[in-house]
Write a protein that binds this ligand. Sequence first.
Ligand code: BG6
Length: 494
Amino acid sequence: MRMVFPKNFLWGGAIAANQAEGAYSEDGRGLVQTDVTTGGLVDSPRYTTYIDQDGKPGKVGGLGHHAKIPKGAKFAVLDTEYYPNHVAVDFYHRYKEDIKLFAEMGYSIFRLSISWARIFPNGDDEKPNQAGLDFYRSVFEECRKYNIEPLVSIWHFDTPLALEENYGGWTNRQLIDFYVNYCEVIFKEYKDLVKYWLTFNEINNTTMFLDMFGQKASDQDYQESYQILHHQFVASAKAVQLGHQINPDFMIGNMICGISFYPATPDPKDILANQHKWESGNYYCGDVQAKGKYGTYAKRLWQEHNVQLEVTDEDLEDLQKGRVDMYTFSYYMSNNVTTHTGGEQVAGNFSSGVKNPYLTYSDWGWAQDPDGLQYYLEKIYDRYELPLMVVENGLGAFDTVEEDGSIHDDYRIDYHREHIKAMRRAIANGVDLIAYTTWGCIDIVSAGTGEMRKRYGFIYVDMDDAGEGTLDRTPKDSFYWYQKVIASNGEELD
Ligand code: BG6
């Protein structure tokens, strides 16, 4: 059977504002969490820094709202620390050069995010920041120049820090209005430049992190996280409705951190545990955003942690009316689920469960599993029957620059080749897959560890973990390989 990609399949790559742009305090931008987050390593966390009520500097390990600074403390940039996201890879000043390189690879789509704090530095400002609006207009126009469709994430883990400090972040219902107001501004501003939008990046991480590292998570942590998610669901649903009013052609999607879970043994208890893992990990958020209502198993999840969710009738109506037009997700790995103790555990950041003997693991402990992508695509398409996009997929790896400046990243090419074949098989099996944006078309700062050495890009950026480097860009072997893949619409993979 001949397996091919549809004629209008969109090929490209993806980045996120806080990991790529840098220029963290330029042109009126407000702070976000990564501006007060240090670098980490595969086995040591990133730290969030603060000044406590007595004026003493301190830091706490963890990411996003899971990094709890002491009561009365204020987030702060400390002179003693290095913050990799402050400069990142300087996309803010180099976007023209970068987009030109993406065009050379043959991109028809480029996923990036808008930094909320560039548009509303404090999140609750009365008027948007014109410099921020102008920056993204120029970026989108640059994409259009090369016939590249921008695919825009509205939130990529970067709530303005002022909203965290002054309102308690997404635990507070008021955040819904601030977010919707931000959406209204960018939808109106870019309605003729951007068609594809994603409301929240990897929205399911909020609760999935608790389950992954959650031996220590309390019922209160779950209460908070489920309420945060509920507020984000309503915000997303309102944004979908608003977006469709502003431009009925908009295609607005969710974005899920997609992990294929497998039972580690045929023990029926493992089969059930695995099913429940799909529910809590992947379906909980996917169902609300694609079906417009909570799944039947949701009550059990809340009860397990004594969660009392605050939900209004109006919220439920909004969820139903604000269903997404497409389902989009990141896919990096699969996980093994078991109720049995013992068995070799996976070690690495963001990876958990017992080791799968049939798979190999990256240097950061992430299982490499292209079949898992096919499995995910087929399962999810059957569940929602919405167009799908794989909006992140890639291999974080160490790269070596040869004396002549070349970078031979065969391991990355192999990784993508096998995942592209998996997508082809899923399409042949009836899946309506419309786009593939690889993670890190260009090297950027890792979200999980803050490292530069964990490289995903097809374009090398000369920058190290101490902030040393020219920031010069060099195409890797994978750049030329992907160019051929795109030119042949996924037929030439060698
Ligand atoms: C996803 C995020 O979790 O995975 C990205 O949406 C992130 O922001 C990517 O960079 C890869 O993770 P990491 O930790 O290797 O950067």
